[in-house]
Design a protein around this ligand. Structure first.
Ligand code: C2O
Ligand code: CU
Length: 568
């Protein structure tokens, strides 16, 4: 008997036996996800929430680099649901990527579907989440990708590692919340709080103690795998009395950043080394928004306790960490600008130097005329709030785009998403009323297989300017540059970093600024691209990239699985 893996029935634990004896053997992991409405009496939630395996956050998927997991998802909830493996590239396999009506139709109540999650060069922390309506609020969990078998971390081995998931806490049915907001075209209600590993912490009026405790041993170093699963707010995060070191982001290593706080956007993950080297006591871990716009947001602070194991009695006053104030973009930028790829011999980068396809995409919050019979919507001046990329507000089709593309079905999407915005003006400065009104459509950007792509996201001062964490499925990409103001074809590339740009899957485009990313289009498929602020995605700040097949089977989309959910 060689290597065998045993998964428990619920897929919560994967135990490796005789680990590492046969490095060439392909490992496959099996998980079972059961989606159900669950009551959490341990929190101050009063509404039942949809969870996986009655867990919030959901179960962790744990693999070694380059392995594969099959996840059977059974939906016993009220609405159709899909699951997305955020940051997993799924080479040639968009069929298991998950965004609803982009790569599949939803798994209906009473039905199940098995996803094949194919890992390749990802290493570090990623996560999975529901990708239909706002169900990802409660349906999400970490993905841990360990170094290849027999390989080590590029930093001293931590004593222990753990995941920390930041999430939004709505004391209401999130589907009703977003449906109501979309019906009248106004801002959705902000969440009622945030949680760390499912617990809101000490600063909410919960009847019982509802705080997550991270117990540590003095002198030991811990690897904290932090996931921002929050719906609508970028977050500052800090630990009282402790500096720590960020060593990875979005499943790729970075040059270690010693810091006293981080800023993490929805969709991002960060791996943090924390040494318990302070006076043994209790310290608060805290997170609250970095929010630099006029839109309503959840202005609360979630906490957890870092607790040294040998302390018997809790101190009367536990210290809160100092977090930058909510609008402090200098502190946000200060941290973000330090992130550089590790770019070592063991973990090299391969950023395209010569770009063959240039795309400039404006990112805007817009308004549409109100179509309601009383003529008054919930947005500014009675308009409907909308959002767009290149002034196209994305309309989600009812048949999935992957199916339509693969089978050449007509009337599902248009292939004319443009490489340029329809109008050039001072994007980051003067507000353009022309640009306030987007075109609604399902337009898709086609890219040739193998192209070296540069996408510049240009934030605009249209509507309500804000930071936008842009996420691309099917790829990670290099962030080669970012600045305030308008991107300029001559002067902006001069400040690009092509030496050690970070490789990520989600990047915050600064308010009234731009961010340039590069990648090689080597993964054919239908890949969603959108702002990871959920309300912006709901308003249409999305598009789809179709990377065409290459010349061979090994460079073409695989056959669809036989049991894909049926579109109803
Ligand atoms: Cu994390 Cu399209 O999603
Ligand atoms: Cu956005």
């Amino acid at each position: 008997m060689g290597l065998r893996k045993k998964g428990s029935m619920l897929g919560l634990l994967t135990i490796f036996l005789l680990d590492g004896l046969l490095p060439s053997m392909a490992y496959i992991h099996y998980y079972r996800f059961s989606l159900k409405e669950t009551n959490f009496t341990r929190l101050c939630f009063t509404k039942p929430m949809l969870t996986v395996n009655r867990l919030f956050p959901g179960p962790t998927i744990r693999v070694f680099k380059g392995e594969k997991a099959f996840v059977n998802v059974r939906n016993d909830g009220k609405y159709g649901v899909t699951i997305h493996w955020h940051g997993v590239k799924q080479p040639l396999n968009p069929w298991s990527d998950g965004p609803e009506n982009i790569t599949q139709c939803p798994i209906q109540p009473g039905q199940n579907f098995t996803y094949e999650v194919i890992f390749s060069d990802e290493e570090g922390t990623l996560w999975w989440h529901a990708h239909s309506d706002w169900s990802r609020a409660t349906v999400h969990g970490p993905i841990v990708v360990l170094p290849g078998r027999g390989k080590a971390y590029p930093f001293p081995r931590p004593y222990l590692e753990t995941t920390l998931v930041l999430a939004s806490w709505f004391n209401t049915d999130v589907k009703e919340l977003i449906d109501n907001a979309m019906a009248i075209g106004g801002d959705p209600e902000p969440s009622d709080g945030f949680t760390i590993n499912g617990w809101p912490g000490a600063l909410y009026n919960c009847p019982n103690e509802t705080i997550y405790r991270l117990r540590v041993v003095y002198g030991k170093t811990y690897l904290l795998r932090l996931v921002n699963a929050i719906m609508n707010e970028e977050m500052f995060f800090a630990i009282a009395g402790h500096n720590f070191t960020v060593v990875a982001q979005d499943g790729a290593y970075i040059k270690p950043i010693p810091t006293s706080y981080i800023m993490i956007t929805p969709g991002q993950t960060m791996d943090i080394l924390l040494t318990a080297n302070q006076t043994p006591s209790y310290y608060y871990i805290a997170a609250r928004p970095f929010f630099d716009s006029g839109a309503p947001f959840d202005n609360t602070t979630t906490t957890a306790i870092l607790q040294y194991g040998n302390v018997i009695a809790a101190p009367t006053n536990i210290t809160l960490p100092t977090l930058p104030i909510q609008t402090d973009h200098d502190s946000a930028d200060n941290f973000t600008s330090k992130i550089k790829a590790l770019a070592s011999k063991e973990h090299p980068i391969s950023v395209p130097k010569n770009v063959t396809r240039h795309v400039l995409i404006t990112v805007s919050v817009n308004q549409l005329p109100c179509e309601l019979t009383n003529g008054t919507c919930g947005g500014p001046n009675g308009n409907r709030i909308s959002a767009s990329l290149n002034n196209i507000s994305f309309a989600t089709p009812t048949t999935d785009i992957l199916q339509a593309y693969y089978r050449s079905l007509p009337n599902v999407f248009d292939n004319d998403f443009s490489d340029q915005p329809p109008l050039f003006f001072n994007f980051s400065g003067v507000d353009s009323s022309t640009f306030l009104l987007p075109e609604v459509g399902t337009k898709v950007l086609f890219i040739e297989y193998g192209a070296s792509v540069e996408i510049v996201y240009q934030g605009t001062n249209v509507g309500n300017p804000e930071n936008h964490p842009m996420h691309l499925h099917g790829y990670s990409f290099y962030v080669v540059g970012s600045a305030y103001g308008n991107w300029n074809a001559t002067t902006s590339p001069a400040i690009y970093n092509l030496i050690d740009p970070p490789e990520v899957n989600t990047i915050g485009v600064p308010k009234n600024g731009w961010t340039a990313i590069r990648f090689v289009a080597n993964n054919p498929g239908v890949w969603f691209m959108h702002c990871h602020l959920e309300r912006h995605a709901s308003w249409g700040m999305d598009t789809v990239i179709v990377v065409k097949n290459g010349p061979s089977n090994g460079t073409s989309i695989r056959q669809p699985p036989s049991n894909l959910p049926i579109c109803v």
